[in-house]
Design a protein around this ligand. Structure first.
Ligand SMILES: *Cc1c(COP(=O)(O)O)cnc(C)c1O
Ligand SMILES: [Zn+2]
Length: 393
């Protein structure tokens, strides 16, 4: 489906919460205040779904609102689903890891960035923007660079310097903003419709549309009983649920998997709302955490994540920094996967979930751990003189 550069977006937006339909390019919020989704009522008998591993996310082009790009965006997705038998005993299930670190900039954010940037190009926009302090900023800046678009990245002014470097490599305009991150996020969203600048924030409809391919890919290869995913803004969680709903409406999935979401104990607004039995998420004051990529204290799609977990028989849990770091180190030493610390929350949480023996469980490792590992203090090494090399083994 192409986007008409002059007229409407070429796709409808729907509100999962109140059922309203909206046709407006770059709108992110329903009048009821909840996030909009790109229409996903896929009863289209023409949609063809792949069976088995795919080369990239565009294998699901029939379920996406834009044509496949021909630049970097084409390489988004197609990440491996890796069996990790060494984790089975600790989790009490048959465990696989969906390794999102294999995306072009090292996280699942590329899936949504590719769709948002392709839509921007199709609509004749010359700039994209985002509010982020890490992987999303890097991803949007890279995809914008590939598409020849300008890119503005709003970051919180207390962002660690080393994270700025990985964003700056793609030369976006970086604007450090002093003020509340949640308020900045919502204010930036208003720029989209006002200025014809797509703002590719965490839970905007086009990003969520792209990010649903994480689970579409999993289900093309396997039929897990449960999926475990870290949650910050709730954009990826919302996308996971959208994928399940799309597959169900296509008749391609009979039983939805349990969607289990994980937060860091230092910042767990969705897990706390789940534990209280609330329908809406209340903002919290975030503490310091090793899982800084999932420290959104005021998650814009938190309510949707809550509902996705409840509707599918899953849950939302919080895990503490010690358990997260242990899980990250175990993933590296037992499975050979270097994952970002935020992604290791999935293993830490899975170890606490009482799965049925024989359950198939997929942990979504949302990001690659190489940049973080390079920033940790160097390990002690063994030193020998070259003449003694033979004595080492
Ligand atoms: C962005 C991100 C998350 C959280 O995703 P949301 O869509 O904001 O909930 C988790 N892990 C990594 C590595 C991320 O970059
Ligand atoms: Zn609504």
């Amino acid at each position: 489906m192409a986007i008409d550069a002059d007229g409407d977006a070429g796709f409808d937006l729907v509100c999962e919460h109140c059922g309203r339909r909206v046709v407006a390019r770059w709108r992110a919020r329903c009048d009821c205040g909840q996030p909009l989704w790109v229409d996903g009522d896929h009863t289209d008998a023409d949609a063809t779904l792949p069976d088995g591993p795919v080369a990239d996310q565009w294998a699901f082009a029939d379920l996406l609102p834009v044509e496949p790009p021909t630049d970097l965006g084409r390489a988004a997705g197609g990440t491996p689903l890796i069996r990790t038998p060494a984790l089975d005993d600790g989790v009490g299930a048959t465990v696989s890891v969906k390794y999102e670190g294999a995306n072009p900039t090292g996280s699942f954010k590329d899936r949504g960035s590719a769709v948002a940037v392709a839509a921007a190009t199709a609509a004749g926009a010359d700039t994209v923007a985002t509010v982020s302090h890490g992987n999303m900023a890097r991803s949007v800046a890279a995809h914008a660079a590939a598409a020849g678009l300008d890119c503005t990245v709003f970051v919180p002014d207390d962002i660690p310097r080393e994270r700025l470097g990985t964003i700056a490599a793609f030369d976006p305009d970086i604007v450090a903003v002093d003020g509340d991150y949640g308020a900045l996020y919502e204010r930036a969203l208003a720029l989209g419709p006002d200025r014809n600048v797509p703002v590719a924030n965490s839970d905007v409809p086009l990003r969520v549309a792209g990010q649903k391919t994480t689970l579409l890919e999993v289900f093309a290869e396997a039929t897990p009983d449960a999926v475990v995913l870290p949650v910050s803004s709730g954009g990826h969680a919302s996308a996971a649920w959208k994928a399940v709903r799309d597959l169900r409406s296509l008749g391609a999935l009979s039983e939805p998997p349990e969607l289990h979401f994980v937060q860091t104990a230092a910042c767990a607004p969705v897990a706390e709302a789940f534990a209280r039995g609330d329908d809406t998420v209340s903002p919290v004051t975030a503490g310091e955490t090793v899982a800084y990529s999932i420290a959104n204290a005021d998650p814009p799609s938190g309510d949707r994540a809550l509902r996705a977990a409840r509707t599918t028989g899953g849950a939302v849990r919080a895990v503490d920094d010690d358990a997260i770091e242990r899980a990250r180190d175990n993933l590296a030493t037992r499975t050979g996967l270097s994952v970002e610390t935020a992604s290791a929350t999935t293993l830490a949480a899975a170890r606490r979930i009482a799965f049925d023996p024989g359950d198939e469980v997929v942990l979504v490792a949302t990001g690659d751990g190489a940049v973080e590992a390079a920033n940790r203090p160097p390990p002690a090494t063994q030193s020998v003189d070259i003449d003694d090399v033979e004595t080492v083994l």
